[in-house]
Design a protein around this ligand. Structure first.
Ligand code: FES
Length: 357
C-alpha cells in the first residue's frame, strides 16, 4: 500500500514538472513545490532629470568634459613637476618636493578621471534595466568540432608538428627570450655590493651605545631592570649616510634579571650584568622590532607578528621570521658607559641567499 502511495505521489510530481513546462527530467526524490512565487519582474523605470531635461543633459555633459580636461592638466602638471623638482642624491628637501608635487599631479589626474567616469555612467549613459537570461556556456557539438578543426588545419598548414627543426628552434627562442629581462633585473640592486653592505654596520670595538635619537651615551647604571632602550651608535651622526647606517645599526637594549637569561655558552661574555643588546631589524623582511613585553621578555615585530624570546638569545617563538635577532656583544668602559665589543658577528636584517652564517 505504501509502495503504491509513493508511486502515485511521484507520478503526481512528474505531472507537475510537465505542467510547468520545465525540462522533462525526473525530479528524483526532490520536492517539487507547487506554490512557487511568480517572478515579480523589474520595478518601473524612472527617468533621470538628464533624460527629460536637455539643458540638464548638456550641463552634465560639460561637467564630465571639464573633469576629463582637469585630469589632462593634472597629468601635465605631474610631468612638469618631475622635471622642475629633480631628486638630488643626499638632499632630503629635493626628495620631499619631488614626491609632493608628483603626488599632487597624479592625484589631480586620477581623481577627476574617476569622478568624471562615474558621473558619465550614472547621468548620461543609458539607464534602462536589462535582464540577461542564463544559458549554458558549453558550445554546441558543431562549434566544438569546428574549433578543433581549426587547430588541426592550422597545424597542417603551418607544418608545426611536421617541421621539427622549426618547431624546436621556435620553442627554444621563446624560452630564451625572457632572459635579457631577467638579467636586467640585476640593475635594481644597489650600486654597491649588497652582500658587503648587509654584512657590516657602524658598530665596532669601543663604540658607545647611545639613545636614539638624541645620541646621548648610555651608562650601564641608567638601564634599570625591565627597561628597554632604542639604541644607535654614538658616532652615528658623523656618518655620510646617516639613515642608511641607522637602518642597519639600530639596536634594542634591555636589562633582565641575570638568572632569567639562558645564554649560549659561547655568548656568556656578550652581555653585562643582565643587559643584552639585539639588532632591532627583524630577520623576516626588515621592519623595526619595536615592541617589548616586559613580563614575558618577548620582542614583537608589528609587521607580521614575529616574536623573539629575549631570555633565549632572541630565538623565534612565533611568526614568519626564520632566525633569531643577531646579538651585539657589549661591555662597559672605564667610565661606566656601555660599549660594543665588536660589530655584529652575523648579518643583520632579512635572510638573503649569500648569507654565510
Ligand atoms: S618584518 Fe618582522 S615579522 Fe615580518
Amino acid at each position: 500500500m505504501a509502495k503504491q502511495d509513493n508511486g502515485e505521489s511521484l507520478a503526481a510530481a512528474g505531472s507537475a514538472v510537465e505542467k510547468s513546462g520545465a525540462p522533462a527530467v525526473s525530479p528524483g526524490t526532490a520536492v517539487v513545490a507547487s506554490d512557487a512565487l511568480t517572478n515579480p519582474g523589474l520595478p518601473p523605470h524612472n527617468p533621470r532629470v538628464t533624460d527629460t531635461d536637455p539643458a540638464k543633459e548638456r550641463h552634465a555633459s560639460r561637467l564630465v568634459g571639464g573633469l576629463f580636461l582637469l585630469s589632462i592638466v593634472g597629468s601635465i602638471f605631474a610631468i612638469v613637476a618631475y622635471i622642475i623638482f629633480p631628486i638630488t642624491p643626499g638632499d632630503m628637501l629635493s626628495v620631499r618636493l619631488n614626491t609632493l608635487f608628483l603626488g599632487l599631479g597624479i592625484t589631480l589626474a586620477l581623481i577627476p578621471l574617476g569622478i568624471g567616469a562615474i558621473y558619465w555612467a550614472k547621468n548620461l549613459m543609458s539607464s534602462h534595466e536589462l535582464v540577461e537570461m542564463r544559458h549554458p556556456t558549453r558550445g554546441t557539438d558543431e562549434t566544438r568540432a569546428a574549433a578543433a578543426n581549426i587547430f588541426t588545419l592550422g597545424n597542417q598548414e603551418s607544418g608545426f608538428t611536421r617541421r621539427k627543426l622549426i618547431r624546436n628552434s621556435l620553442i627554444g627562442a621563446l624560452a630564451v627570450f625572457p632572459l635579457p629581462a631577467i638579467v636586467m633585473f640585476r640593475d635594481l640592486a644597489p650600486a654597491e655590493d649588497p652582500v658587503a653592505l648587509f654584512k657590516h654596520t657602524m658598530w665596532k670595538k669601543g663604540t658607545r651605545l647611545a639613545i636614539d635619537p638624541s645620541g646621548a651615551p648610555i651608562k650601564a647604571a641608567d638601564v634599570t631592570r625591565g627597561s628597554v632602550f632604542h639604541v644607535i651608535p654614538a658616532d652615528l651622526y658623523d656618518a655620510e649616510h646617516v639613515l642608511d647606517e641607522k637602518a642597519k645599526a639600530a639596536v634594542l637594549l634591555m636589562r633582565l634579571d641575570p638568572s632569567e637569561l639562558n645564554e649560549l655558552e659561547e655568548r656568556k661574555e656578550w652581555s653585562y650584568d643582565g643587559i643584552v643588546a639585539y639588532s632591532k631589524i627583524c630577520t623576516h623582511v626588515g621592519c623595526p622590532v619595536a615592541l617589548y613585553e616586559q613580563h614575558t621578555h618577548h620582542l614583537l615585530c608589528p609587521c607580521h607578528q614575529s616574536t623573539f624570546d629575549v631570555t633565549n638569545h632572541c630565538e623565534v617563538i612565533f611568526g614568519p621570521a626564520k632566525r633569531p635577532l643577531p646579538q651585539l656583544p657589549i661591555a662597559v668602559d672605564s667610565e661606566g658607559y656601555l660599549i660594543a665589543q665588536s660589530d655584529f658577528l652575523e648579518p643583520v636584517g632579512p635572510s638573503f641567499w649569500e648569507r654565510s652564517v
